[in-house]
Design a protein around this ligand. Structure first.
Ligand code: NAD
Length: 390
């Protein structure tokens, strides 16, 4: 069993999730590589306690990420900091020769992402991937295998989205995710968009053009002192895309001659009444259709068309993820499992030099770069009321 010594930078909501996944690595039975957290960093020292209490392997806790990057006992870094810090931190991490599992959106805007991509090009030996955990739910893994086997036939339509509801409350205090300076012009697209694009892009379904409608519904929120301050980030985004099946999109525009176009409707919403962290995916093809949502995470719906009656099947999936573990196959799979699978995907690909299947790997930098093209085109589309080439 190879051990990869990890530094974690950013010990907030996501930093802790990753710590917890590492702490119960014995859960997994078919990976021959494991993470060990040796160093942690956050500018807020109050975040150190939970990590120090639970990880005796931590040799350094620092407020200066550069101190973490200088250490020989840090081979890889998980970095979960606000979006305005992605460019400086990710480029420093990669320049220090550390492998990087970075949080989306991988740069606050397209210029920041371009700078990160330029840095990666100068360090081809460093392994870099972006997070996105929902495709690791067993039902999505099954849909992924169907995509890989081309079981859907010609694609008719794709619907994918990520819907939150908590921002419906106008009295929810503002935080960095609702301030343009830290979260970026993309607003909800920067927070939620990569999650929505992961499966379509991995399938090879790329938008050539986009017509976007963006909404800022709650324009003021209370700050920490209770004063109402401007809240200028986009709450909701709906993107109607003209998509094509394309073998390879590598940071560059889709081949305009590729495939038959089909509609792909992508939604990223922070204000979706009644929804609570709802990630959903639906594909309709000439030979099969499938849909799944985190609302009912066991339930996979499939329609396989063989020329007879068209009937939806409802299948209750169990604990059957990409990377096997000790949990019985009939039991339920959840968010912390998906985070651990995502990390297993990163380590397994780092160690084995390849991903085991199309959907058992993390988002690649090239896929992230294409999401920046899409979100930048969506901003233009909304501002001008036009359909924009991606
Ligand atoms: N994969 C997911 O489902 C998911 C969910 C939420 C957030 N995220 C992403 O994770 C990242 C962080 O989000 P979060 O929700 O964990 O935020 P958070 O605010 O809970 O945590 C961010 C942490 O970064 C620390 N930090 C700020 N500046 C720093 C610096 N210079 N050096 C070291 N630490 C610093 C903060 O003190 C804070 O503890 C973002 O990119 C966000 O988009 C991903």
């Amino acid at each position: 069993m190879r051990t990869v010594k990890f530094g974690v930078i950013g010990l907030g909501l996501m930093g802790k999730e990753f710590g917890s996944a590492a702490a119960r690595w014995c859960h997994l039975t078919d990976v021959n590589v494991r993470p060990e957290i040796t160093a942690i960093c956050d500018t807020n020292e109050s975040r150190f306690g939970w990590f120090k209490d639970n990880f005796p392997t931590i040799a350094l806790a620092t407020t200066d990420y550069r101190a973490l990057l200088m250490r020989d006992d840090v081979e890889a870094v998980y970095c979960a900091v606000p979006h305005n810090l992605h460019e400086p931190l990710y480029t420093d991490i990669v320049s220090a020769g550390k492998h990087l599992l970075g949080e989306k959106p991988f740069g606050i805007d397209r210029a920041a992402n371009d700078a990160i991509m330029a840095c990666l090009a100068q360090h081809p030996d460093v392994f870099v991937r972006c997070t996105s955990q929902f495709p690791f739910f067993p039902a999505m893994q099954r849909i992924g295998r169907m995509i890989e086997e081309q079981a859907f036939g010609q694609i008719i339509e794709v619907n994918a989205g990520f819907l939150h509801s908590s921002d419906l409350d106008p009295n929810k205090p503002i935080n960095w995710k609702r301030i343009v300076q830290f979260n970026g012009e993309y607003g909800c697209m920067g927070d939620l968009g990569m999650h929505v694009c992961h499966v379509p892009f991995r399938a090879g379904w790329y938008p050539r053009s986009v017509r976007a409608v963006l909404s800022n519904i709650v324009k003021q929120r209370p700050d920490a002192q209770g004063n109402r301050v401007p809240c200028e980030t986009w709450d909701n985004a709906t993107l109607l895309c003209d998509a094509v099946l394309c073998d390879a999109v590598l940071c560059d525009a889709v081949d305009p001659g590729a495939g038959e176009p089909f509609p792909m409707i992508l939604k990223m919403q922070r204000i979706a009444p009644g929804e609570n962290d709802t990630w959903y995916f639906e594909v309709k093809g000439t030979r099969a259709a499938a849909r799944w949502s985190t609302t009912n995470p066991r339930r996979l719906e499939l329609l396989e068309y063989t020329g007879g009656e068209q009937a939806w099947q409802r299948i209750d999936t169990g604990w059957t993820p990409a990377f096997a573990g000790i949990t019985g196959g009939i039991f339920e799979f959840g968010f912390p499992d998906a985070i651990q699978q995502l990390w297993a995907a990163f380590l397994s690909e780092l160690h084995e030099g390849r991903r085991r299947s199309l959907f058992s790997g993390c988002v690649t930098p090239e896929e992230v770069a294409y999401s920046h093209r899409l979100f930048t085109a969506a901003l233009r589309s909304h501002a001008q009321g036009t359909t924009e080439v991606v």
